[in-house]
Structure formats: structure tokens, C-alpha cells
Design a binder for this molecule. Structure first.
Ligand code: NAD
Length: 333
């Protein structure tokens, strides 16, 4: 029998996930959608056999919904996930798990109270073939101990309501999580630097450079750009003791013509991470159908949000800020 999923939030990524649940992945059907934007919901629901719910709470309470996918804005996530946990319903939550560390910890506590894992967080980079190959290279010892990581997370554009706070609280969580995934270490401190700001955005400090330190002292510089214009570009290069290893940087074809060489740059996250989203959600469907929860956890979501919060403090006062974590509860060990 298929897993019956209800989707909360049918915007950019919610509609993309509904499309992949409907047309690409197996063992699943979308049976309910909730989004306050009626016109958008109607457009996304067209041709699908779904119930349109009046709110996220109503969707969660629907007995026919076996599992919930949360793809509404970040500030709604903690309450929605906690509501799922209160009735023991499995939930996939897009990043970030929460906007503040306190809220994220509230989710962790609610999950611990259920006695088992029920939440998977949408850190899809862990499912990306290129990041996985990079991790395998590091784990294989091919370049010795990692010492430095240069990373970049560049978006072509953001909506006009975007803020610097969102760059830190909504975007940095991806980099915080993937550093932990690649190195197997925690992030212990963050310092945010403000380069010359692009004139293309009036009230946003763009780019930002964020220096993260891991437990063993690996230094990670993350350039976060939200209005880079030329495309969506995700980079990571690890400097080790005996070599370097980087994410591949090429499209499917390299074109050489008229004295120039060129290759595609993805237009956005949909294109760059399409297969990673497919893989993370198929894993979630398969595990949930088997009564299990795997993948990035609420703990991972809590840690990433805690790193983002420390970075936000550093952005405000210009100082290096230490990341203070609670003890990891047993269900996440
Ligand atoms: N994993 C990734 O790479 C990735 C990529 C894009 C977005 N995201 C995350 O997904 C979330 C949504 O981002 P988006 O780009 O789709 O945003 P969006 O603004 O395009 O869509 C959000 C949708 O949620 C709806 N919404 C608002 N409040 C709601 C509520 N209380 N209940 C139900 N629906 C509500 C809005 O009407 C809108 O349709 C964010 O947390 C974002 O960080 C993750």
C-alpha cells in the first residue's frame, strides 16, 4: 500500500516536491495539501486527487494522512513538526528545522518524549552524488587529514523581501550541516565577516563570509552570496595534508567554440539538486513505510540552527562566537 502524504506549503519547493511525489517516486501518493494561498493551491492541486485542507493543523489531524511533508516558510516549521509529534505522525521537514535554537530544541524534546525518531530534516546535500563522492574521498584518507575547507553557496537572486538575517538563518544551515557530514566533527565557533557589499541589493549585506571552526580545528570559509546573477553555484574544496578534493565543477557537456570553453551553470537549486531531492524523499518514503525514520534528524536540524544563531550574533557584534550545544539525547546516538 502507498504511503499517503499530506503536504503543507505549495510554493517553490512544496510544488516541486508534490510533482516528484506524484510523478517520479514510488510507494507514495499525495492525498492532501494545505497552503493559505488559495490560487496557488488550486493551481498545484489541478489534476491531482487531493483534499485541500484549511490549515496545516487540519491536514495533520486528517486520519487518512499517514505522514506529513512540511514545505512552508521556516518560521512555521517548529509548530507544525511539534503538532505532528504530539500525535506520533512521521514528518519530513524542509530546512531549517526552526529559526531559533530554542525552538529547534523544543522539537528535539517533543521527539524525545515520543521515545523514537519521527522527523527527517531536508538536508538534501547529504544525498547529492558529488558530496557523497567527496565524503568517500575524505573517509578513504586520500588527502590525509582535512585542514581547511573553502565553500561557496551562491544564489542568482532572491525576492525583494529578503534580509541578511535570512541569509544566515535560512541558507547557512545547509553549509553547517554539510560540514558536519563531511568531517564527522561538530562546529565549535563562528565568525562572520562583511566584505564590500554588492550594489545590486539595497538593504542586504551581500555577500557574507562566514568562518566556521570544527572540533579538531578545521577552518571552513563559507561565502554566501544571494544575488550573484550568473547562476546557482555550490562549491566545496577540502585542503588536506597531502592533496585537495573538490566537488566537480562541470555541466554534462563542455563546449569549446570560437576560441572559448564553456559549460552550463545550473539556474537554481531545483536543477542542481534534482536527483538529491529525489533520493532523500524516496529514502524517507521507504523508511517511513517500513515504520522507521532515517536521514538527517531533529538533532542535526537543532545543531545547524544553533550554528546559524551563533553566526547571527557574530554578524551583529563582529566577534567570534562559540557554539554551545546541549547533550545529544540517546535516540540520536
Ligand atoms: N532544501 C532546499 O534546498 C530548499 C530549497 C528551497 C526552499 N527550501 C525551504 O523550504 C521552505 C519553503 O521555501 P519556498 O522557497 O518553497 O518558499 P515559498 O515562499 O515559495 O513557498 C512557501 C509556501 O508556503 C505557504 N505558507 C505560508 N505560511 C503557511 C502556513 N502557515 N501553512 C501552510 N503554508 C504556508 C505560502 O503561501 C507559500 O505558498 C523554506 O523553509 C525554505 O528554506 C529548501
Amino acid at each position: 500500500m502507498s504511503l499517503r502524504v499530506g503536504v503543507i506549503g505549495a510554493g517553490g519547493i512544496g510544488s516541486d516536491h508534490i510533482r516528484r511525489l506524484r510523478w517520479t517516486l514510488s510507494g507514495v501518493e499525495v492525498i492532501a495539501i494545505a497552503d493559505p494561498d488559495g490560487a496557488r493551491t488550486a493551481a498545484v492541486a489541478e489534476g491531482l486527487d487531493v483534499t485541500i485542507e484549511s490549515s496545516g493543523a487540519a491536514l495533520i489531524a486528517n486520519d487518512r494522512v499517514d505522514a506529513v511533508l512540511v514545505a512552508s516558510p521556516g518560521f512555521t516549521h517548529a509548530d507544525l513538526v511539534t503538532a505532528c509529534l504530539a500525535i506520533g505522525k512521521p514528518v519530513f521537514c524542509e530546512k531549517p528545522l526552526a529559526i531559533t535554537a530554542d525552538e529547534a530544541w523544543r522539537v528535539v524534546e517533543a521527539e524525545v518524549a515520543t521515545g523514537r525518531r519521527l522527523v527527517q530534516v531536508g538536508f538534501m546535500r547529504r544525498y547529492d552524488a558529488s558530496y557523497r563522492a567527496l565524503k568517500a574521498t575524505l573517509d578513504g584518507g586520500d588527502i590525509g587529514q582535512p585542514l581547511v575547507i573553502h565553500a561557496a553557496h551562491r544564489n542568482p537572486e532572491v525576492p525583494d523581501w529578503w534580509t541578511t538575517d535570512l541569509t544566515i538563518k535560512d541558507s547557512l544551515v545547509h553549509d553547517a550541516d554539510i560540514v558536519r557530514f563531511l568531517t564527522g566533527e561538530e562546529i565549535v565557533a563562528s565568525r562572520v565577516l562583511r566584505p564590500r557589499a554588492s550594489s545590486r541589493l539595497a538593504d542586504v549585506q551581500d555577500p557574507l563570509v562566514i568562518l566556521l571552526e570544527t572540533t579538531s580545528g578545521i577552518l571552513v570559509d563559507v561565502e554566501l552570496s544571494v544575488n550573484i546573477a550568473y547562476g546557482y553555484d555550490i562549491r566545496a574544496e577540502v585542503i588536506g595534508e597531502t592533496g585537495t578534493a573538490a566537488l566537480g565543477d562541470g555541466g554534462l557537456v563542455t563546449l569549446k567554440r570560437a576560441g572559448a570553453r564553456s559549460t552550463d551553470v545550473p539556474t537554481d537549486w531545483r536543477q542542481r539538486f534534482a536527483l538529491a531531492y529525489d533520493r532523500e524523499l524516496q529514502d524517507w518514503i521507504d523508511a517511513t513505510s517500513a515504520g522507521e525514520t532515517t536521514g538527517p534528524s531533529s538533532w542535526d536540524g537543532f545543531v545547524a540552527t544553533t550554528v546559524a544563531e551563533a553566526s547571527h550574533r557574530s554578524y551583529q557584534d563582529g566577534q567570534r562566537v562559540e557554539v554551545q550545544l546541549a547533550d545529544r539525547p540517546a535516540i540520536y546516538r
